[in-house]
Design a protein around this ligand. Sequence first.
Ligand code: URA
Length: 258
Amino acid sequence: MERQRLDKVIASSGKFSRREVKQLVRQGRILVDGAPACSGEEKVDPEAAEILVDGERLCYRRYTWVMLNKPAGVLSATEDGRGKTVLDLLPEELRRQSLFPVGRLDKDTEGLLLLTNEGRLAHDLLSPRHHVDKVYYARTSGCLTEEDRRAFAGGMTLGDGLQCLPAGLEILSAGTEGSEALVTLREGKFHQVKRMLAARGKPVLYLKRLRMGNLTLDSALGPGEYRYLTEEERSILQNLENKTDEIQMLPKKGRDFC
Ligand code: URA
């Protein structure tokens, strides 16, 4: 692999900023192939070199993956003159890694948003061809019914002609004051959950994404908080496609709505 600056390689782990690496080098706390590093500017092959920080082997990753619990009021964009973006919620070290959101959530939608700099896999996760279900918790006005569930399952055609793929609607509670449901989509058209529910006369009052494929939003993350994906989650990502053509509903243990 192409040789890169040591400080860049270490910073890409997300644990240290380049400035911190400089200090670690000065303090002799970084070993490269057994010898103390002389400078953050020295070039190393990140895949071949053994890099130890305080005796701990650095796990080099070419790409970064982060799970964010997106709060309402923030745009799913890398930059936008109109307001705060999800990138503004991340620290400097991550902002420097050219991360972008994997798909979009509306400004007022909360929940699971992945950010990465791995373009090909991000593209696959979003492609309807790859059958990655997205599960949303929705609170609506009006009373959701079995008829609504059947309309979702049958593949709705919206008023503007948009043909939707069959989708899941699991009604959690329903009454004249409003309803709660889990909506499962296999595609991600503009405002799709809101448009489908509005077309049934049950407009969305609150929306949160809980899951993408087998990856569930970490319930320990408060709104605006993020964390790196674990090794296990990264391997799940490589294999995110559903193994069935059926829409998968969220298992009970993975439910954490709002
Ligand atoms: N569907 C919507 O309507 N909004 C979102 O943010 C995501 C899915």
